[in-house]
Design a binder for this molecule. Sequence first.
Ligand code: ASP
Length: 450
Amino acid sequence: MISLMNDMSLKVVKFGGSSLADAGQMKKASDIIKAEAERRYVVPSAPGKRFSDDIKVTDLLYKCYGLAEKGEDFCAVLAEIHNRYKEIISGLGLDFSIDDEIKTIEENFRKRYGSDYAASRGEYLNGKVFAAYLGFKFIDAAEVIFFSEDGSLDLEKTNKSLRNALDGVEYAVIPGFYGCGADGYVRTFSRGGSDVTGSIVAGAVKASIYENWTDVSGFLVADPRIVDDPVTIRTITYTELRELSYMGASVLHEEAIFPVRSAGIPINIRNTNDPSAAGTMIVPDSHEDEMSAYTITGIAGKKNFSAINLHKDRMNSQIGFCRDVLDVLAENGICIEHMPSSIDSMTVIIDSAHMEGKQDDIVTQIRKRVDPDDIYVEEGVALIAVVGKGMCRTRGVAARIFAALAHARINVKMIDQGSSELNVIVGVNEEDFEQAIRCIYDMFVGSSLN
Ligand code: ASP
């Protein structure tokens, strides 16, 4: 019998919806799993899109339950969902039926089991089918993943149950995206949450690696909608990834890094349609040695920020000025992003969406509280984060960023470098956003490829 805890090469593999969208994709995923005996625990998503305007099974389930809740006829949508699975089952040549499961789902929809229950059935059914195809044990996530009263994950109970359930089990399928709420009903994570399940399973069993199989060969250095054919990031630390994700880069669910990060388990983002590609390796922060070939690791950015600019003579000697400004923002429930300052002025950068409908009121409150000589709000600011652990050891990184921007005649409105020297944040006008990203990319990556 294989023991769970001391098998250092145990791998947890998660497959996203597009990797399991139809029988052909499932066969590819199965070939990947079977290629390595260490790939022992599989976390599937629900079937995703087969073509660009296809509908994900999860979305069909939400729609179906929406009709059930309104007391309308939902049988046609449920039949459509049933058909997606029937096609997969017959395409895999399986002698397997989910007819009884569909009947139970229909009954539970009538009993109003909730939209989380409804959405979770996509992963549940896909897990059943995939387990049958692989010949692996099926373990219902509702029996091993637990949420607390407040809706957060109950990690202690979850780890214990997962370890118990998997101890001595050589190969298993545990559906992603859901678990059991404190009230005993099924609860889901937020959308894309199968990534989180994979990470939880990997953390619980102390996997040597968490492989996350999707439809791209890893993270790209920049957004491909802005930069033509950007290179793939080979290695990135958890902290760098957090910085880039915060600024809009997305491949992995935001919450997915925490369970593996604390256990020091790397995540490998891989492409089901190109399994020979190495993908991106997300590693613990201690792996400083693996420096990017380009000094920077990635560039990401977001539009739609506002800058509150304040000026007051001798602001520097007025004790509590900044605190008072920040107090007003806090009292209005507003988070701040950055706060560059000079002797007599300060700027607070805020996500414009958080100020919607409150802007005039906030300016009035700040005026009353600190009596500035001048205060004005500038909208349409874009922030760009240039991220890379190699920056702190390399001279001239900032010089290269600003030379690239100056050369492209882009005016820099704000600069912020965190004390970790892991990133430089640049604020520009929204109209300059795309061009700014392109010229920074060219300066660090494009030019070294020529
Ligand atoms: N199927 C769910 C969704 O579409 C969860 C996931 O795929 O990770 O969001």
